[in-house]
Structures are given as C-alpha cells and as structure tokens.
Ligand binder design. Structure first.
Ligand code: HEM
Length: 239
C-alpha cells in the first residue's frame, strides 16, 4: 500500500499571488495614489496659512516640527507610499510590455489622451520636482542661508518658514521651475485620479464622464491653489 507523503507542498501565500496579479498591482497603485492625493491636498491647505500672515505659517511649521518622532513616522510612511506607487507602476509597465512585444503602428493615440500616454514621463518629472523641492525648503541645500532665517513666535525663537518661502519665490527662475513642476503634477493627477476610481470599480459607463470631469477639475483646482503662492510672491501680494 502506498502511503500519502507526510509533507504537503505549500504554494505561495494568496496575498502574494494577489499582489502579483494585474488587479493586485493596479489596486496598490490606486491606493497609494489616493494617499498621495490626500497629502497634496492637506499640504496645500497648510501652505495657504501663508496668506494669513507670517505667524500663521511659522506656527503651522512649528506644530509639524513639534510632532517629533511621529513626524519621522509620517515622513517614512510617505516615502514608503511613494516607493510602492513607483515600484508597482514599473511592475505593471513590465507586465504590459511582456504582453505586447510588438509595437502597434497606430493604436493608442486614437484611444487615449496625451495625459494617459505620458503618465510615466510626468511621474518621473514630478519625482524630480519633489527632490528639488525637498532640497530647497526642507534640507535648505539650494540656498543654505535659508537655514539661518529665524524669528520669534510668542517670544520663542523659531525657523522663519514664511521668509524662506517669500525669499525662495522672489527668485524668478525658481518660481517658474515650481510652476512647471506643478503643471506636470497636474497632468499626472488629471488622468491619475480618474483612473484610480476606475481601478477601484467606482466608475461605470454612466458615471464615467461625470467622474472624469470632477477629477480633472479637482486636479486643476489644486494647480491654481499651488501656483497662487509663487504668483502672489512675484506680484508682491505676499511680501
Ligand atoms: C507652491 C507650492 C509649494 C510650497 C510653497 C510648499 C512649501 C513647503 C515648505 C515650506 C516645506 C517645508 C516645511 C518645513 O520644513 O517646515 C515643504 C515640505 C514638503 N513639501 Fe511642499 N510646498 C509646495 C508644493 C509641494 C508639492 C506639490 C508637493 C508634493 C507633490 C510637496 C511635498 C512636500 C514634502 C514631501 C515636504 C516634506 C515634508 C516634511 O517631511 O517635512 N510640496 N513644502
């Protein structure tokens, strides 16, 4: 009599299988995309305190710094989300390439928009913009004198983030670079937000046009909000 083998061979964990499936990868891109859109929205509201005056923006920045170790947890979380968003986009791209070894002569340009076709390129430009932005305002390596800008808030010495932002955007090429970076971010979001709704199954034939319109309008509203900051500095509205 033949007895059954004592060890059973286990296959890959179902979660891993799901992550490696097309829908799993798309879901990760969509969920990390939502987290990044939420960050970009929250960051804009934080930056709007600039229009209320120096004490408001400096106090907002001070509160963020006051989070201490929690701020580092948020920063690392954000970095992880950006990393996963890029990694799973690359995996999806590789999968698509493998499924379509031959280039079609004329297919995509008719079916899709310029925003959809330039997602990877606009994404890479946004990444370069964020690296520059962190070097500019967080690490202060673009202009090291930004580190030495101090003021007082309720009698306490604090980093003068307000003056740093005003000085930063008084430089015309830097402001133009920001406006260009924000424009590319908007191209990325105007297609990206709509497609993440589709991935998560929220869009159907009848709701698709409305959802596309609303998500595009939202992306352009973010653009107007963000560029209002360098433009207000350049035009002297914020001094
Ligand atoms: C006009 C546009 C923007 C302004 C004025 C602005 C302003 C700032 C300032 C002042 C800081 C440093 C805060 C501090 O050190 O206390 C900062 C940090 C940061 N910004 Fe922006 N920002 C803008 C656009 C963006 C955009 C579009 C993104 C993302 C796509 C972004 C992502 C970040 C990140 C990730 C940090 C680092 C947060 C941290 O870990 O402390 N910013 N921003």
């Amino acid at each position: 009599m033949i007895s059954a083998p004592s060890t059973t061979r286990r296959g890959p964990h179902p979660l891993l299988l799901w992550l490696l499936s097309s829908i799993g990868k798309k879901t990760i891109v969509a969920l990390t995309g939502i987290a990044l859109v939420l960050f970009v929205t929250g960051h804009l509201f934080g930056n709007f305190t600039l229009f209320l005056g120096p004490d408001w923006l400096n106090s907002y920045a001070l509160h963020l710094q006051g989070l201490g170790p929690l701020l580092w947890v948020i920063r690392l979380g954000l970095l992880g989300v950006v990393g996963l968003h890029i990694l799973f986009t690359m995996l999806l791209w590789k999968e698509n390439q493998a499924a379509r070894p031959k280039k079609y002569i004329a297919s995509d340009p008719i079916q899709t928009t310029v925003f959809a076709r330039t997602m990877r390129l606009s994404g890479l430009c946004v990444l370069a913009f964020i690296v520059f932005h962190l070097a500019h305002f967080t690490l202060c390596v673009v202009d090291p004198s930004f580190k030495n800008l101090h003021t007082t808030l309720d009698g306490q010495p604090v980093h003068d983030v307000y003056r740093m932002v005003v000085l930063g955007f008084s430089n015309v090429p830097v402001s133009l670079l920001y406006i260009g970076g924000l424009f590319l971010l908007t191209l990325h979001l105007s297609h990206g937000i709509g497609s993440l709704f589709q991935t998560l199954g929220i869009t159907n034939r009848s709701t698709r046009p409305t959802i596309e319109l609303v998500t595009k309008a939202y992306a352009w509203l973010l653009f107007l909000g963000y560029i209002s900051i360098p433009i207000s500095v350049l035009t002297g509205i914020v001094k």
